[in-house]
Design a protein around this ligand. Structure first.
Ligand SMILES: O=C(O)C(=O)C[C@H](O)C(=O)CO
Ligand SMILES: [Zn+2]
Length: 276
């Protein structure tokens, strides 16, 4: 499993494009009939995806975990971003349509991914963090997720933030996870921007049409840098970094965090005019 080490904010200032991409970009995680995982040293969050097309895929074990099985000391949140699929947790299977989320807690020995139809395969994006106790498996549809409407058309950031795994939603040890959808004509997410030194964050962009691009801004608010992303690519955001994207077309993205607390609203906002 690929490993991403943590970066100090002061060092980041001197990074060029290639180094920013090497340290923060998570690409090539969606590939046919494969489960791909990247181990980050930001709160030990694992970022991954499974794209079962012709066969059922299992979440394997990895040397990095030094565990008997993947969820021996971990929890996982999974969101389907494509065709209908099934997630199996030990002996129970759950149907996941596009935008549905499932949480699987510590202690579940077998996790498997299946697509309903190979012509329209599922793409399961997942985040996994260390867990101290076991919370029950729970499925949540997008309709059931807590919703916050944000932004406006005038500022090209009209969007809906859907919260699945959070303090008042699906119970977890430290995972907080959700999905934001942008209206046509709206291209900015997370603007005004914020940081939250208490939690790392990862963004996974999807539903971005071919030929389009995401400009994702990171760095301290007074020292921002740009990383460009394609559809089905993710980027990790250190606790000192803003995480805000602008697309050349509207898109959707999954955000997820782990760290000191689970309070979604615990953010340190930066005013737009203070960004540099
Ligand atoms: O569009 C947004 O704004 C977001 O989705 C923000 C993320 O949820 C986030 O950064 C949570 O800390
Ligand atoms: Zn955030």
């Amino acid at each position: 499993m690929k490993v991403l080490h943590s970066v100090h904010a002061a060092d980041f200032k001197s990074y060029d494009t290639a180094l920013i991409r090497e340290r923060f970009l998570i690409d090539q995680i969606v590939s046919k009939d494969t489960v791909n995982c990247v181990y980050t040293h930001y709160d030990r969050m694992i970022v991954g995806a499974a794209n079962p097309v012709t066969e059922q895929l299992e979440l394997g074990n990895y040397f990095n975990l030094k565990a008997e099985y993947f969820l021996e000391r971990r929890e996982i949140g999974i969101i389907n971003v494509a065709g209908d699929g099934l997630v199996t947790a030990d002996d129970k299977s759950f149907n996941l349509k596009k935008f549905d989320c499932i949480y699987i807690g510590k202690g579940v020995k077998r996790v498997a991914f299946t697509s309903k139809k190979s012509e329209t395969p599922a793409v399961f994006y997942f985040l996994s963090a260390p867990a101290h106790t076991s919370y029950p498996v729970r499925l949540m549809t997008m309709e059931e997720a807590a919703k916050v409407d944000a932004g406006s058309l005038a500022t090209a950031n009209l969007r809906t933030i859907n919260k699945y795994i959070h303090e008042d939603g699906i119970k977890s040890c430290q995972l907080v996870m959700g999905l934001t959808t942008l209206q046509p004509g709206s291209v900015w997410n997370t603007m005004p921007a914020h940081t939250h030194d208490r939690r790392m964050e990862a963004y996974f962009y999807f539903d971005l049409p071919a030929g389009q691009k995401i400009m994702h801004f990171m760095g301290e608010g007074h020292e921002t840098r740009l990383i460009t992303l394609n559809n089905y690519e993710a980027v990790v955001s250190p606790p000192w970094s803003i995480h805000s994207g602008c697309g050349t077309h509207n898109y959707n993205f999954i955000w997820g965090m782990a760290g000191e607390n689970m309070d979604y609203t615990d953010m340190d906002p930066i005013s737009i005019t203070d960004l540099r």
